[in-house]
Each structure stands twice: as C-alpha cells, then as structure tokens.
Design a protein. Structure first.
Length: 81
C-alpha cells in the first residue's frame, strides 16, 4: 500500500481534537466542516473552516436534557442555501 497515494491539500493545526466526516469537504469551494465534542454528553460543536486554515464560524449543537446528540454527517446545498 502506497501511503503517499493522495496529495495533501493543506495542513491545519486545530486548537482542539476534531472528527472529520466523509462529506466534510465542500465539492466546489475551499471549505471544510469539522465536528468536535464540547465536553457535555449531549453537545457537539460544528465548525466551518477554509482549507487554508482560517475558521469562518462555529456553533454549539445541543440536544435536549438527557438526550445524547452526535453529528454523524453533513450535506452541502448546490445553491449555497
């Protein structure tokens, strides 16, 4: 197996551990969505980054009391809406 089979688009140092989803890269823009645990059992943080490494925004996604919430995928809208 060739470990260099794919070219690297960018190297980004993130301030906290993140999960990358299968659909994390926007197909026609230089955007990347990452998820991370926000410390609580029912909270995830969703962050939008430019591939060059600058964060555009992030938001805390919280479930109702006693309900565990985990982001499992994202979808990109072709018209940007």
């Amino acid at each position: 197996m060739d470990l260099n089979a794919f070219s690297s688009l960018a190297n980004i140092h993130l301030p906290y551990p993140c999960r990358i989803l299968r659909s994390a890269c926007c197909p026609d823009k230089d955007l990347l969505v990452l998820t991370s645990s926000s410390g609580g059992l029912n909270q995830d943080r969703l962050s939008l980054w430019k591939i060059q490494g600058s964060k555009i925004w992030d938001i805390l996604v919280a479930g109702a009391e006693g309900i565990e919430l985990n982001i499992i995928d994202v979808a990109w809208s072709p018209d940007g809406a």
